[in-house]
Design a protein around this ligand. Sequence first.
Ligand code: SF4
Ligand code: SF4
Length: 360
Amino acid sequence: MALVWFTDFSASPEMSLLEKFRALLREAGLPQIFRAGQLVAVKLHFGELGNLAYLRPNYVRVAVEELQRLGAKPFLTDANTLYTGTRSNAVDHLLTAAANGFVLEVVGAPVIIADGLRGTDEVEIPVDGVYVKRAKIGAAVALADALLVLTHFKGHEQVGFGGAIKNLGMGCASRAGKLQQHSTSKPKPDKDACTSCGVCARFCPVDAITVVEYAVIDYARCQGCGQCVAVCQFGAMGPGDEAAVEVLAGKIAEYAKAAWNGRPALFVSFINHVSPDCDCWGMNRPPVAPDIGILASTDPVALDQACMDLVLQAVGHDPFLRAHPEARWEEQLAHAERIGLGSRSYELRRLLTGLDRRKS
Ligand code: SF4
Ligand code: SF4
């Protein structure tokens, strides 16, 4: 049975929330998991511009300090998005991260976009999954020595919730990797949105694209690699048909296994500002659950299950299913456990600070 550490959001003049978070990281084993000299990918979501529910940089700085205290070399990272928003290439992504407070001066570590300038810097990692055989993972994540995965737990419009599994699986995938998860068919150009810039044709590995007035794909040649979707900055290369919920959830879990790839890792989730939708939206709707606490585990499946159980207990109904009835969140957890990513059985252990002892 996996161990999940938990602390609530109560604080005192003697112990701020930041110090409680530091104590949680230590209790959950951070000093034993990470080593001096390791390049540690601190994976998080910097928040779309206009969204205010993402993880506060103040917490991230504490995590960075704890890793640096051990002599490790942490860097903050996320991979570019598939859709054209404010994080679909490294320039926009870094500017968005900076606007949301993720800069060296605040967090104490550099920001490196995992899949590079156009979302094409990837490493293919074999994974013997039901849906995925080779996962395309952002190079900076794939090449790191260890992972610290910091997650804002929230709802998600397609797979019900966004927790540690999704932060790993979808969040670490390159743009082509994201396409592989979302889509079940080859890309479809949109001639009205196409500016005929020709970039997709330049990046197509099999010369399947011709651009005259707009881009046209020769499907007899196309291998469905997704590079054209990844490099189009005008949203004119559509990702094809959306995968069904169980397929998307299954692919996310299998990508999570590839992104982790057996390296030393700690997973931490924050249940606060629980918006019904992903932080990829440039806004956030009102929370659907109270601020509950911070959890940490070496098992991402146990961590997500514990977060979900705490939310359901606190709310008294299923706020995620109510917000998105088609997005059955059980699929992610069930498939993740099936493929050996972790266990849905866990022991929740409360962090006992002086403050918690006085309360109990
Ligand atoms: S990259 Fe996009 S906008 Fe440019 S030619 Fe290709 S589909 Fe059209
Ligand atoms: S999916 Fe890959 S092979 Fe097919 S047209 Fe796009 S870049 Fe070329």
